[in-house]
Design a protein around this ligand. Structure first.
Ligand SMILES: CC(C)(COP(=O)(O)OP(=O)(O)OC[C@H]1O[C@@H](n2cnc3c(N)ncnc32)[C@H](O)[C@@H]1OP(=O)(O)O)[C@@H](O)C(=O)NCCC(=O)NCCS
Length: 148
């Protein structure tokens, strides 16, 4: 297997990222959604690829000093091997380069792998949004790290 390389997402990646998104999320964004994100000035997205194939991606909106994470995903066949940790570290580097000093996100309380990953980067659960996820009515945990 080739080397894992991270780079900024471009609009040419929209279809490939949307195909991976479909496999990773219950309420997936479409190719058009990612295409639109590439024209959003606030958006900071990265992809991880091996041998030219996208196997991970992450994105956030950075406004003033705050980054709001929109997506973090790793291809199912490559999970549990540290890729998510490298990906999230790279995304934090990217949002810090844009001036972010705080990062926030919403996550399903049932998503123990994601919560562990975020806690490893200093995010703490500070509250809940009731019934946030429309597919199953699950609450969202709101996590923050205000000292990036
Ligand atoms: C969340 C996700 C990105 C993690 O990616 P990954 O490559 O598996 O992450 P890592 O291998 O770097 O593991 C990160 C941490 O989670 C832990 N972890 C991984 N899988 C786990 C599991 N199934 N159960 C419990 N903990 C788990 C790891 O042990 C590691 O913690 P540690 O370093 O303290 O041991 C990946 O599971 C994913 O894409 N899930 C589907 C999409 C999703 O839910 N995204 C998050 C939405 S908020």
């Amino acid at each position: 297997m080739g080397e894992l390389i991270f780079r900024a997402m471009t609009s040419e990646d929209a279809a490939e990222v949307a195909a991976l998104e479909l496999k990773c999320f219950a309420m997936p964004w479409s190719r058009e959604d990612f295409f639109r994100e590439m024209r959003n000035e606030l958006a900071e997205y990265i992809v991880g690829e091996i041998d030219g194939k996208i196997i991970a991606y992450a994105g956030a909106w950075v406004s003033l000093n705050q980054a709001e994470v929109m997506h973090v995903a790793v291809d199912e066949s490559l999970r549990g091997q540290g890729v998510g940790t490298i990906l999230f570290g790279e995304m934090i580097k990217a949002v810090k380069a844009r001036g972010a000093t705080a990062i926030t996100l919403e996550v399903r309380p049932s998503n123990t792998a994601a919560i562990k990953l975020y806690e490893n980067f200093g995010l703490k659960s500070v509250g809940r949004r009731k019934g946030y996820y429309l597919d199953n009515g699950e609450d969202a945990l709101i996590m923050w790290n205000t000292k990036l």
